[in-house]
Write a protein that binds this ligand. Structure first.
Ligand code: ZN
Length: 107
């Protein structure tokens, strides 16, 4: 199935007209506006009439919230960088402390 038209939307919940790309059957149903729904769930829906799923040429709709999802990914990448820097700083500090101890012992 594919979404022919989103008829109403409240937040991420929407009502849409779904259309079968094989037999042209349409019906109204509900959806959830995130990337997974558009990318994976819609093309995997079986047509109630001809029982077929979307063809391989299926092109999904983008979510209204795409920008927000991208920002979230960028933010988690920022966290990863901070964690790496913090770990390196900690290792350098520990190594420095150990070296100082060793130097003291040698004296
Ligand atoms: Zn069909």
């Amino acid at each position: 199935m594919k979404i022919k038209e989103i008829t109403s939307q409240h937040g991420r919940d929407f009502t849409a007209l779904f259309e079968c790309e094989h037999c042209g059957h349409t019906y109204r149903s509900y959806g959830y506006d995130d990337d997974n729904f558009h990318r994976n769930i819609v093309p995997d829906m079986e047509c109630p009439i001809c029982k077929k799923k979307a063809s391989k040429s299926y092109r999904h709709l983008g979510t209204k919230y795409r920008g927000e999802e991208m920002n979230r990914k960028e933010r988690s990448r920022d966290y990863a960088v901070i964690i790496v820097i913090a770990t390196i700083t900690l290792l350098v500090t520990l190594t420095g402390a150990l070296l100082k101890k060793r130097i003291k012992k040698e004296r």
